[in-house]
Design a protein around this ligand. Structure first.
Ligand SMILES: NC(=O)c1ccc[n+]([C@@H]2O[C@H](COP(=O)([O-])OP(=O)(O)OC[C@H]3O[C@@H](n4cnc5c(N)ncnc54)[C@H](O)[C@@H]3O)[C@@H](O)[C@H]2O)c1
Length: 445
């Protein structure tokens, strides 16, 4: 393993609060990377175990790292917050955040460790970067940990959630799948990112609350993947098929299945396949007496997304709406189960007047099931459709975008300076900046 530090450099000092699964691995691995690390825990048994060269719990490779770094003097452990903070440049908070009985996070350990640290900060001149590694909901760092700065103005706050898996935690730290660093203070974010500079990973630097949410997005996604594979496995078994073979083959597709495809927040899905095939899958599962709660909840989730877009448009208060996009996605004239059509149907039902432009829709060329769907949803479509975007923009008070725009459409719309509700986007993307050997993703705002 490449050492993070040059022997001529001053060795940075890290205090790790909490010597549980996350904290103990973090402490031993940072020591292995060349930093001076002191682990702190209120549980004297865990501290003694580390002092005696033992891992406080079973984790492959951890005990060997603890022993070698105790021997070379880079790792130590204490129950004393004062001792831990004395020389620390960084304080990593790795305390537990267990579930409260109502499902909320129990933040008592985080509050206690923050209060402990606060008691030892008054009068401190040495800068301290406090890094929250525990899993906490967006806003927690600001609400619970940031008040520490009242005791030490030279304190900076960073969120750096942990992604390790028990059982392969040391390997996951040394060869991370993801390192996320979030802060209001770009220099503090860079200081923490630099601690990982020797690891083979592109570090993602984002806003503080974004970092907090990314951890939940990852765990939510992992849980969703497991539940999905289990539901497919269950229906496969009910049909006398091999679920393993089905999912292995699904994973062969790295273009649409195991890829970033479909993973950008945007508007609802539609078209002639996804809604129809989900309905058929759920119908057959019911016939087979197989419960598929996850797959059953996908269409209601999509409906809820259309309802959110509907409310967002109504909240503008305007009833003269110009709509860009009618087909279910760009570059097609397929209108079947288009979420744009569903949205417009609701808006007309609420008394809104609409004018619609879609670069690929010529009403006179629509026929068959496409035409039947359109006329059953929007019988007066002929009166609403415009042949040019400009005609829509000249008339409308608000523009609603239901489909990814062409660059020409984007330019034309921006020239009109009308209020725009773009239901295909929940946010703008980020900028990319470079930093000493690692690529950093810098938040847009
Ligand atoms: N375990 C995992 O696989 C994993 C992975 C990623 C993230 N996380 C998150 O990391 C956090 C820690 O998880 P964990 O599994 O290591 O928890 P843990 O319960 O194993 O360890 C927490 C440690 O913090 C100590 N502690 C509590 N208050 C303290 C204080 N005031 N000062 C010093 N030490 C104190 C406890 O004694 C305990 O040893 C949680 O938010 C968890 O959700 C866990």
């Amino acid at each position: 393993m490449k050492r993070a530090l040059d022997t001529n450099e001053v060795t940075l000092s890290i205090a790790v609060f909490g010597l549980g699964y996350v904290g103990c691995v973090t402490a031993a691995c940072f020591a292995e990377l060349g930093y001076r690390v002191i682990g702190v825990d209120i549980d004297a048994r865990k501290v003694r175990a580390v002092q005696d060269g033992q891992a406080p719990f079973y984790e492959p490779g951890l005990e060997a790292l603890i022993q070698s770094n105790l021997r070379n003097g880079r790792l130590s452990a204490t129950t004393s917050t004062a001792d831990a903070l004395r020389d620390a440049d960084f304080a990593f908070l790795c305390v537990g955040t267990p579930s409260a009985s109502n499902g909320n996070l129990n933040l008592d350990p985080l509050r206690r460790v923050t209060a402990d640290i606060a008691c030892h900060l008054s009068g401190r001149a040495r800068p301290l970067t406090v890094v929250v590694r525990s899993t906490v909901f967006p806003g927690t760092c600001d609400e619970v940990v940031a008040p520490l700065s009242e005791h030490a103005p030279a304190m900076a706050l960073v969120a750096n959630p942990e992604f390790l898996r028990e059982g392969s935690a040391v390997k996951d730290f040394m060869q991370p799948s993801l390192v996320v660093v979030g802060s209001h203070d770009p220099l503090a974010a860079q200081r923490v990112a630099s601690l990982y500079a020797s690891l083979p990973v592109e570090i993602s630097v984002v806003a503080l609350r974004t970092a907090e949410l990314i951890k939940y997005a990852c765990n939510g996604f992992h849980a969703l993947k497991i539940a999905f594979a289990n539901e497919i496995g269950t229906i496969a078994t009910a049909l006398g098929l091999e679920g393993d073979e089905v999912m292995r083959t699904v994973c062969h597709d790295t273009k649409l299945n195991i890829s970033p495809a479909y993973l950008r927040p945007g508007f609802a899905f539609g078209g002639s396949c996804l809604p129809k095939d989900l309905r058929a899958l759920n119908y057959r599962a019911r016939q087979l007496d197989v419960e598929l709660p996850l797959l059953n909840s996908v269409l209601p989730s999509n409906e809820a997304h259309i309802a959110r877009a509907f409310r967002r448009v109504l909240e503008t208060g305007s009833r003269k709406l110009g709509i860009y996009g009618l087909a279910f996605k760009p570059n097609t004239d397929d209108l079947r189960e288009s979420p744009g059509v569903a949205l417009i149907e609701r808006l007309i039902g609420k008394g809104c007047d609409v004018r619609i432009y879609d670069p690929h829709i010529q009403l006179e060329s629509i026929y068959g099931s496409n035409q039947t769907f359109l006329l059953s949803s929007l019988p007066h479509i002929g009166r609403c459709m415009e042949k040019s975007l400009e005609a829509v923009l000249d008339w409308a008070e608000v523009i609603v975008i239901t489909q990814e725009m062409t660059s020409l459409a984007r330019e034309t719309i921006s020239r009109y300076a009308l209020p725009v509700i773009d239901v295909t986007r929940s946010s703008e993307g980020g900028l990319v900046a470079k930093m000493a050997g690692c690529e950093l993703r810098v938040p847009h705002n």
